[in-house]
Design a protein around this ligand. Structure first.
Ligand code: ATP
Length: 585
């Protein structure tokens, strides 16, 4: 048993700090106080979920419902509760304030425990169909009746996924290592297990109940997505070859969506880059995969939208039409896709990630030739040993409508979750303007004038400081947006609006609106510049100066497939600035 009030006490303290070390220490206390059978549940709740992402389970609780409950149990009208919500910007705090003023009428309370909260959430997530709203409402109301105003605040934040403490997975893992092994170094073992299981709850439960050895034994399993291997960037073909010891495999880098396909005789499931189950968006990809006459495989591919008539590759944003829940059949016809397979991680019941690239490629070839579906093919590849050969391949890739190429070390294993030079990306953009596009998260907005009245004229963007787990302002962007996209963003951003700057955001600028760092967009710019106004890279190049972007422009890609922790990091930005200036490291 774990009283929820114990957790609330710790959460209240965590809210007051921005220091990563202090946050870690609070988490250690929390984990030490948690009975081992509850540890996974605590981890999920802190991450704003009730199960791992790939299971796709959501509670389906709307703000409207919470307002209704607050109004019911406090005798305050819904409109008044709404009004308060607009003032405060957080429904948890609204409930706390209102309920604190209410005279308590219930004399006997059943103590609210962590188990009870999780069980109620779990029940709620399973309720569907007619009358489900009413049942959910009742379940919540009974929980609230037994809870203190502070407890209600956190129950609401957990339910809506708006805890907003911004705790990174790496911080959780540090704290788990400290709490259960007293040594932060063991985080590496937890990380490896997390990379293949994509489920921190499960890793923590095994750690708490069976120890570190059992954690190291966690293996790849079918239908549990593996965290993807990522690429570093360089500017020229010469640099890429140098980093690959003079010989490398080079592949088309296609501008589509990365998918991980898991397949047995009976079942196919498709996962996105951020480990979401996206099978329902791509029934055609599942159908094509089913034709592979090879048992139990996990392969990776880039799905790309193609022109119906010419079969040429289309840019990434065309794929976003596929992210619809309804009319998928019609959408599939209008936006057909090709599946370009580039890696194999598992075959015939065995983990293949430790095989060198070149052997995985051979195996992949064998596996893919067993498919008869022409939508499915091996990504174009060549082995190159000279800069000239590599440049020729880059030219070919660009001619074929690719974003660039991926240069891969021939002997490298597949390193789940790692961004290393074993994979290097060279993009088309590297040859003009700035060396690369950046993926930045929206943290603020200022209202527009003229045609943009009532919408955002400019958005404030940030890079990610992984070490401190904070987001640092880097530029304002106002160009590259169509009215349609702006409208959509305006609606979407509304869900993440907060009354003041998010505690894990650094910005000297004052904005009209602030957001929880959530929505990621892609930006191209002409140059990285020094600027005293922005916080990214502050003091790393010159005292009193941060880094910003000259002429930033939205590329029209909203990166639905990226979480804020996956965006361009501050260290990468500093590195890009140095490369641009040829400053030696
Ligand atoms: P980007 O913004 O460049 O897509 P990213 O952060 O999403 O970057 P990176 O690891 O930096 O991911 O770049 C690799 C991405 O390129 C993969 O996630 C995948 O979507 C895509 N890609 C296209 N072709 C290939 C390929 N042949 N091999 C690996 N990845 C490929």
């Amino acid at each position: 048993m774990l009283d929820f009030s114990t957790i609330v006490n710790i959460l209240e303290q965590m809210e007051q700090t921005t220091s990563r070390i202090e946050l870690t220490n609070y988490l250690v206390t929390l984990f030490k106080n948690t009975p081992s059978e509850l540890i996974d549940k605590i981890i999920y709740l802190i991450q704003g979920k009730i199960r791992p992402d790939y299971e796709g389970i959501e509670m389906g609780i709307a703000e409207k419902m919470i307002i209704k409950i607050i109004s019911q149990i406090s005798d305050i009208s819904s409109s008044k509760a709404y009004q308060k919500y607009h003032e405060i910007g957080d429904l948890g705090s609204v409930a706390e304030t209102i309920l604190k003023n209410k005279i308590q009428t219930t004399l006997f309370h059943e103590k609210v425990t962590m188990e009870r909260i999780y069980l109620t959430f779990d029940k709620i997530s399973k309720i569907t169909g007619k009358g489900s709203q009413e049942i959910k409402l009742k379940l919540f109301a009974s929980l609230f009746n037994d809870s203190s105003p502070e407890e209600c605040k956190y129950i609401i934040r957990f339910a809506l996924g708006t805890l907003r403490l911004g705790i990174a997975e790496s911080t959780i893992m540090d704290a788990l290592a400290l709490a259960f092994t007293s040594d932060k170094k063991n985080r590496k073992i937890l990380e490896s297990a997390y990379n293949v299981s994509s489920d921190l709850g499960r890793v923590s439960k095994i750690l708490a109940n069976q120890g570190l050895k059992a954690v190291s034994a966690i293996k790849i399993e079918l239908f549990i997505p593996i965290r993807p291997m990522l690429a570093e960037r360089v500017r020229t073909a010469k640099d890429a070859l140098e980093k690959s010891a003079g010989k490398a495999a080079v592949e088309f880098k296609i501008d589509g969506e990365r998918v991980q396909i898991h397949k047995t005789d009976k079942k196919v499931q498709i996962f996105s880059r951020s480990l979401e189950n996206v099978t329902h968006y791509y029934p055609d990809v599942a159908e094509a995969s089913r034709t592979i006459n090879f048992k139990n495989i996990i392969i990776e591919a880039e799905v790309v939208a193609i022109n119906k008539n010419t079969e040429e590759f289309l840019p990434f944003q065309e794929l976003m039409h596929r992210r619809r829940k309804h009319d998928i059949k019609k959408i599939m016809e209008n936006y057909p896709v090709f599946v370009n397979v580039f890696d194999i991680l598992y075959a015939s019941g065995k983990d293949k990630t430790n095989l060198p690239y070149i052997e995985r490629r051979e195996l992949l070839k064998e596996v893919i030739t067993k498919s008869v579906d022409r939508r499915l093919s091996l990504i174009q590849q060549r082995i190159v040993g000279t800069v000239k050969e590599l440049e020729k391949f880059i030219a070919k890739a660009i001619e074929n409508g690719c974003e660039g190429v991926m240069v891969k070390q021939i002997n490298s294993a597949y390193r789940a979750g790692a961004r290393e030079f074993a994979w290097i990306k060279i993009k088309r953009e590297y040859r003009s303007e700035l060396a690369d596009t950046l993926d930045l998260v929206i943290i603020g907005g200022s209202y527009g004038r003229g045609r943009r009245v009532g919408k955002y004229g400019a958005l404030l963007l940030a890079v990610y400081d992984k070490k401190e787990n904070v987001f640092k302002s880097v530029c304002k962007v106002g160009s590259g947006f169509t009215d349609e996209v702006l409208e959509e963003l305006f609606k979407e951003l509304g869900k993440y609006m907060i009354p003041k700057k998010h505690p894990r955001v650094y910005s000297k600028l004052d904005m009209d609106s602030w957001f929880v760092p959530t929505i990621v967009i892609e930006i191209i710019a002409s140059e990285i510049t020094l600027s005293p106004e922005y916080d990214a890279g502050m003091n790393s190049i010159r005292e009193g100066f941060g880094l910003s972007l000259r002429f930033p422009k939205f590329t029209k890609k909203i990166r639905l497939d990226k979480n804020p922790q996956d965006i361009t990091e501050e260290t990468e930005l500093v590195e890009m600035y140095r490369k641009q200036r040829n400053i030696k490291l």
